[in-house]
Design a protein around this ligand. Structure first.
Ligand code: KIV
Length: 273
């Protein structure tokens, strides 16, 4: 059997289903601005998530709740301008879809029209069923998000692993099947749940399951890019692999720049007109 991977010029929601069918793992990272999106797209990531984690990473809020729809559209449109290959998924922020399905559809339409994003993601299972159906009926692809859902942090109280208890695991499995069945979501993010449960969910679905803190038995992985680059340093969950230590490297570069300016070493003769 050939192990050659299919080359995708442009990733679509269909490409992701095909990747799952072909046992090719899906790579996904967050981006919130043009420059970062350009690097990530050019390096071959399949899906770029304009996550509402921008609320933490870009704006320094403690939770994802404060970010607004206008702010998400600003971040998403910057990302879309950079992207040539990746599929762009944009988070519907807290408060833009929970109150009623018509508002959810209006919010999703604003994201698609004003940012040029390719799809939306929203958190929850049966509670947001009608909103998801409404958005899907308008022809907008939807990615689900189950397990740890940061927009509900005040309901749960902590960011600990979810669905360790049987009842919560059963509800999660039902929700995952329902997200696919309703016509349906093209993929699901599963955040911070036991690896065995995540593997079971992925095996029960034909749509891809992208994990974060959900083990290797799922169809792809997502990380917040600022965490995987080591630009953030206070956040150290077990699931995070840091590929660089940019917090230290950038700090050292800034320190060197300050020294060069103070010592009148920068600019030198060649760095002026
Ligand atoms: O907002 C985000 O970055 C996310 C990921 C953690 C999946 O939803």
């Amino acid at each position: 059997m050939s192990t050659a991977k299919k080359e995708y010029k442009r990733i679509t929601v269909k490409s992701l289903t095909e990747m799952k069918r072909n046992n090719e793992k899906i790579s996904m990272l967050t981006a919130y601005d043009y420059t970062m999106a350009r690097i990530i797209d050019n390096a071959g990531v399949d899906v770029i998530l304009v996550g509402d984690s921008a609320s933490n990473v870009m704006a320094g809020h403690e939770t994802t709740l404060p970010i607004t729809l206008d702010q998400m559209i600003y971040h998403a449109s910057s990302v879309v301008r950079a992207v040539e290959r990746s599929l762009v998924v944009v988070d519907l922020p807290f408060g833009s879809y929970q109150s009623d399905p018509k508002e959810a559809l209006r919010s999703a339409i604003r994201i698609m029209k004003e940012s040029g994003g390719h799809s939306v993601k929203l958190e929850g299972g049966s509670e947001v069923k009608d909103s998801i159906k409404r958005i899907l009926h308008a022809g907008i692809p939807v990615m689900g998000h189950l397990g740890l859902t940061p927009q509900s942090i005040y309901k749960f109280g902590t960011y600990t692993v979810r669905a360790k208890e049987k009842a919560e695991a059963e509800k999660l499995k039902e929700d995952a099947l329902a997200l696919q069945r309703w016509g349906g979501c093209f993929a699901i993010v599963l955040e911070k749940v036991p690896a065995a449960l995540a593997q079971e969910v992925a095996a029960s679905l034909t749509i891809p399951v992208i994990g974060i803190g959900a083990g290797s038995g799922v169809d792809g992985q997502v990380l917040v890019s600022h965490d995987m680059f080591g630009m953030t340093h206070e956040f150290n969950p077990r699931f995070l692999r840091r590929y660089l230590n940019l917090y230290e490297e950038m700090g050292n570069a800034v320190g060197q720049y300050v020294k060069d300016v103070k010592d009148v070493d920068f600019p030198n003769d060649k760095e002026q007109y």
